[in-house]
Design a protein around this ligand. Structure first.
Ligand code: BES
Ligand code: MN
Ligand code: ZN
Length: 489
């Protein structure tokens, strides 16, 4: 399984690195305060090489004179004024990648002394990004490629050392939660099906002391969970609903995840191009499991419940069809117009149950609509909520964590679009405003005032033809932990 690199915050005395990345601003000197003297010297030599002006993207290398002296690379960061946190993340992760490419086993990165890397939020986000440079998904290769660094050393200005040290546990927990989400989401659909996913949830729960209950097809039938059952009918692999419970505190937080282990579209089948990427249609479920892992590891003071709805959407002689009318948990009926709008059918049952069980806040995570990707692209998720306060909290937490999130509307008109002709609702609102009509559909099953839906179809994974490394990102774990930490004060 993929894993993180360990983090060590180092100061002047740590001389174990074999590669040291040092940042430098244009018209400045290399940022070497609080670094070992040998690194300071080598950085000075590298930075004074002819032609090096510390423009963004430029780098210059020097090696100390001592035996086994580390390679020191000075990276230009351009003007301090135009530096954002994302640029620092890019500098640090690319420096670590360069070290790995050149065979260095013990890389160290000095972060610049700059406002954008100052404070707890920045420290958590940077340390998480650095820890995640150790992630590879190589389980299915017969010969794994070269392993990434086990430990990455991080050096910061002396006045930031304490904050960075104190944020290591949270950064490690969010990175490990994201790794769990990535490992699960990357697992191919021949191995990740509802039953095996429930088993993986059990393993995580066992490790973290989380209570688990798994409903199979019989229990789902008994409870009247027609949405999950309808989606799962076409598959030889029967559906599951995994319920988790952990933590104490006065506030009850419930998390709901869409876990479509493979989305062919069903009878309303999808085109062949890029259909393989629909293994990532379980990402919402994986994010919820990653959040549970991290929240339990950090012992966050809430009464948590999680509902992970798992089904495979396949065409079959017994698959649900367009025209079917399905009764969801709680009794509302849905006319199926398109079997590819399956995520909302799973979430309908899970959200209705979460509402009935009682929660102060419900958050759901789903790769729900292509329309959301059309609207926002791959960088960020769509946020939908009737509750302005909850929306603001989540947007602020996401900004702090460095995960993009953007609010989209839930107007009354969208609810009109999903009314049914022969049933209460229809599962498709037609072409326009697809992300909002999907959210409006979900809201019909929620009775908790503090509810938000995150459509993560864009940022949950990097597709084969997108830029970046193909695979799951674990999006959503960090912003949720940031939100929970803020609320806990
Ligand atoms: N899983 C898809 C949404 C999706 C699309 C996720 C692209 C990631 C990338 C979802 O089940 C779906 O097929 N939605 C349909 C809804 C429509 C039929 C109303 C869509 O977005 O086209
Ligand atoms: Mn679909
Ligand atoms: Zn889907």
């Amino acid at each position: 399984m993929g894993r993180i690199s360990k983090l060590r915050i180092v100061g002047r005395k740590d001389n174990r690195a074999d590669f040291f990345a040092v940042p430098c601003f244009e018209r400045g000197r290399p940022e070497t305060e609080n670094l070992p003297t040998a690194i300071v010297r080598a950085a000075g030599i590298a930075a004074s090489r002819r032609g090096f002006t510390a423009k963004a993207g430029q780098s210059s290398q020097a090696r100390g004179t001592a035996d086994r002296a580390p390679a020191v690379v000075v990276y230009g960061l351009g003007r301090p004024k135009s530096l954002g946190r994302a640029e620092v993340v890019k500098y640090a992760t690319e420096a670590i990648a360069e070290a790995a490419r050149n065979g260095f086993r013990n890389p160290a990165v000095r972060l610049p002394d700059h406002a954008v890397v100052t404070g707890g939020d920045a420290a958590e986000a940077l340390l998480r990004a650095i820890a995640l440079t150790g992630y590879r998904f190589e389980d299915f290769r017969s010969r794994p490629k070269r392993a990434p660094a086990r430990t990455v050393r991080v050096a910061v200005a002396l006045r930031q050392q304490e904050v960075y040290r104190s944020m290591v546990p949270r950064a490690v927990a969010t990175a490990e939660g994201a790794v769990l989400a990535r490992n699960l989401a990357n697992t191919p659909p021949n191995e990740a099906y509802p039953e095996s996913m429930a088993e993986r949830a059990r393993e995580m729960a066992g490790k973290r002391g989380i209570k688990v209950e798994v409903l199979g097809p019989k229990e789902l039938e008994k409870k009247g969970m027609g949405g999950i059952l309808a989606v799962g009918r076409g598959s030889r692999k029967s559906p599951r609903l995994v319920m988790l419970e952990w933590g104490d505190g006065s506030e009850r937080i419930s998390l709901v995840g869409k876990g479509v282990t493979f989305d062919t579209g069903g009878i309303s089948i999808k085109p062949a191009a890029a259909m393989d990427e629909m293994k990532f249609d379980k990402s919402g479920a994986c994010t919820v499991l990653g959040i549970a892992d991290a929240a339990a590891a950090l012992d966050l003071p809430y009464r948590f419940r999680a509902y992970v709805a798992l089904a495979e959407n396949m065409p079959d002689g017994d698959a649900y069809r367009p025209g079917d009318i399905v009764r969801c948990y709680g009794g509302k009926t849905v006319e199926i117009l398109n079997t590819d709008a399956e995520g909302r059918m799973l979430l309908a049952d899970a959200l209705a149950l979460a509402s009935e069980d009682g929660a102060d806040t419900i958050l759901d995570y789903a790769t729900l609509t292509g329309a959301c990707v059309v609207a926002l692209g791959h960088s960020g998720a769509g946020l939908f909520s009737h509750n302005d306060e909850l929306a603001r909290e989540l947007l602020e937490a996401a900004a702090g964590a460095g995960e993009r999130l953007w609010r989209l509307p839930l107007w009354q008109e969208f609810t009109e679009q999903i009314k049914g002709a022969h049933g209460d609702l229809s599962n498709s609102g037609g072409r326009w405003g697809g992300a909002s009509t999907a959210a409006a559909f979900l809201s019909e099953f929620v009775s908790t005032p503090r509810w938000a839906h995150l459509d993560i179809a864009g940022p949950a994974y990097v597709g084969r033809s997108d830029k970046g490394t193909f695979g799951s990102t674990g999006y959503g774990v960090a912003l949720t932990i940031a939100w929970l930490e803020r609320r806990a004060g």
